[in-house]
Design a protein around this ligand. Structure first.
Ligand SMILES: C[S@@+](CC[C@H](N)C(=O)[O-])C[C@H]1O[C@@H](n2cnc3c(N)ncnc32)[C@H](O)[C@@H]1O
Length: 288
């Protein structure tokens, strides 16, 4: 995850003279991982979805989850909480979110639950001695692989890291609005605003740069709390590559629409056709 750039600190430096010690701003006191989790993650919905998608494929329940690109391992923790026989492996390259996850997420688990979570600082393409029933790669993390060959290698490794019966679950974003340079402010969090900035998109390579910023009622701002430099892959590209990498099937689960609000209703069902919505999020489930 990207290093934060705290605007309010920069302003203080510019003054260039000793100032009376002021109360730190909300941005200075903020914990970017806590804000991230509140803004963009819903582990209980993901866990419910993994269970359903695995049952759709194999008519039984899964027990081992591997969360690739796990960050703070929020989904691993929800997984072991959901059933006593479940184990989770979280894999991330960056020691910082892993340490945060240990201190804040794993610490909230009961000791017996905590013993069923294994966090590994490693590349998502590496293997671990416990094969998984479900591998989850969420919040578009596989978009980091910009070259076709690199993404194919990741899919082949993920397939190897699954049990004979196993699924790889990816989420994807798309639609015409996603290609635009844009800032979307979401104020529903009350104590802070979450800002998603689509900073640039290169149609020649499909490379995109995005930032997450957080704003606070005292006027302070945590600018570029997270940054993403990735490729916007399309559903057909990804499905083809999954099949080429050895998966038997690659299903798209499309979100239904709430009739009253005309917004997504959070219920994802297998689909072969979908309306051309300006912005959508879908799961792709690859079946071994
Ligand atoms: C977008 S965050 C996803 C966090 C979390 N999984 C979620 O759903 O919100 C991406 C994470 O991928 C990690 N990462 C990037 N490249 C990686 C790689 N090759 N192998 C493992 N982790 C990687 C980063 O350190 C970062 O924590």
């Amino acid at each position: 995850m990207a290093k934060r750039r705290d605007k309010s600190k920069k302003k203080d430096k510019k003054k260039g003279k000793k100032s009376r010690r002021q109360k730190p701003s909300r941005a200075e006191r903020a914990d970017r991982y806590a804000l991230y989790q509140k803004s963009v993650q819903e582990p209980s919905c993901d866990v419910e979805f993994f269970e359903r998608a695995f049952r759709d494929a194999y008519a039984r329940g899964p027990s081992v989850l591997r969360e690739d690109f796990c960050g703070t391992a929020a989904i691993c923790c929800e997984w072991v909480r959901s059933r006593r026989d479940r184990k989770a492996i979280g894999v991330d390259l960056d020691p910082e979110p892993l340490a945060w996850g240990r201190e804040h997420n794993l610490a909230k688990l009961k000791p017996a639950q905590r013993r069923r979570v294994h966090l590994v600082q490693a590349d998502a393409r590496s293997s671990y001695d416990l094969p998984a029933d479900v591998i989850a790669t969420l919040n578009f993390s596989f978009f980091y692989f910009k070259q076709r060959s690199a993404l194919a290698e990741y899919f082949r490794c993920a397939r190897e890291n699954l049990n004979d019966e196993g699924i790889l679950v990816l989420d994807m974003v798309g639609g015409s609005e996603v290609l635009e340079e844009d800032r979307e402010e979401i104020t529903e969090h009350g104590r802070f605003d979450y800002v998603w900035e689509q900073h640039s998109f290169n149609p020649i390579t499909a490379d995109q740069v995005c930032f997450i910023h957080f704003r606070f009622p005292d006027g302070s701002e945590l600018e570029r709390a997270f940054e993403y430099r990735w490729r916007l892959w399309t559903l057909p590209e990804v499905r083809e590559l999954l099949l080429e990498s050895g998966f038997r099937r690659a299903e798209v689960y499309w979100e239904g629409t709430d009739e009253e609000s005309d917004e997504g209703n959070g219920i994802f069902e297998p689909a072969a056709e979908a309306p051309s919505e300006p912005a959508w999020i879908a799961y792709v489930v690859a079946i071994k």
